[in-house]
Design a protein around this ligand. Structure first.
Ligand code: PMV
Length: 310
């Protein structure tokens, strides 16, 4: 059995979403994680992930391995003990630790392929809940936005703990995604923001409120299809992320380059400190903004269009 899951980008509201404010995220189908599971005659649960040079039996993986956690949680949920003999092959075109949701996509695709092979295909809600358990390994307090947008593979307006709200996009939006090439674990940037918040809650609650207001405004802009306004909101969100210290010289350089090349607005996306930035562009400008990002040092650029939902 095979399953795949897309990457994702957060358009607005990262970090503030960990503190109960809303965030907007969309799937990125140009990149994906693919998992193939088969019953095996070789004893054990063998995992092959050639992209990262992994060939190992489940029990030999370290206890904090996200993959081991995902597989073991599924066996427990399906009450499989002893484990069946299996072969699991994982590949992914989603860059690791870059804010595109590679960890969550591998979890979602693994849960789907594995549960189908074991004749207990899981509902989206169960896949989402189990993928969230694994996200907790990446950092202790995930908002759940990554596993949600990747499981349901649709644009979402997300508030932790509330039923997901599908985001209705008024007209096509073109986004250019630029990678800094600097891997940045979300765990660290989330911990930094937590330390700032612990030290001065009134100030940071105020910043999170401002981001919440921007995200709500952006939702209105997306639904009515007014992208000029959205670009400005992206710029404002980036300033607040800089204030949170989660931007970096590389991210700022790419954000500036995108704006100079005519983007309507730009910001970092995801945990920050490295990883990816996004720029909102008029469709006709996408390639010149992509070229500008490459000249400013981005090793890989993706152009993606968010289509109006039916
Ligand atoms: O780095 P990413 O794309 O996994 O994004 C994390 C988003 C945060 O808001 C920083 C953390 C979270 O759990 O929502």
């Amino acid at each position: 059995m095979r399953a795949s899951a897309p990457g994702k980008v957060i358009l607005f509201g990262e970090h503030a979403v960990v503190y109960g404010r809303p965030a907007l995220a969309v799937p990125v189908t140009h990149v994906q994680a693919d998992v193939e599971v088969s019953l095996s005659s070789e004893p054990g649960v063998w995992i092959d992930a050639p992209d990262i040079g992994l060939h190992a039996e489940l029990n030999s993986l370290p206890p904090d391995s996200a993959l081991a956690r995902t597989i073991l949680n599924l066996f427990r949920a399906l009450k499989f003990d002893p484990y069946p003999d299996l072969h699991i092959r994982i590949s992914s075109t989603i860059p690791v630790a870059s804010g595109l949701g590679s960890g969550a996509a591998v979890s979602v695709a693994t849960l789907r392929a594995l549960s189908s092979t074991l004749h207990h295909p899981l509902s989206d809600d169960r896949v989402n809940a189990l993928a969230y358990e694994t996200e907790k390994l990446h950092h202790g307090t995930p908002s759940g936005i990554d596993n949600t947008v990747i499981t349901y593979a649709q644009p979402v307006y997300f508030v932790t703990g509330r039923p997901i709200e599908k985001l209705r996009v008024g007209r096509p939006l073109t986004i250019v995604i630029g990678d800094t090439g600097v891997p940045a674990p979300t765990k660290e940037s989330v911990a930094t923001v937590r330390a700032l918040w612990e030290a001065d809650k009134p100030t940071w609650e105020g910043v999170f409120d401002e981001i919440g207001g921007i995200t709500r405004g952006a939702r209105d802009g997306l639904e009515s299809g007014t992208s000029e306004q959205l670009g400005k909101l992206m710029d404002q969100n980036h300033v607040l992320l800089q204030k949170m210290t989660v931007s970096s010289p590389e991210l700022d350089r790419l954000v500036e380059a995108a704006r100079r090349a005519g983007a309507l607005g730009a910001k970092l996306s995801g945990g920050g400190r490295g990883g990816n930035m996004i720029a909102l562009v008029d469709e006709g400008r996408a390639h010149s903004v992509a070229r500008a990002l490459k000249s400013a040092g981005s090793p890989s650029v993706i152009i993606t269009t968010i289509e109006p939902s039916s």
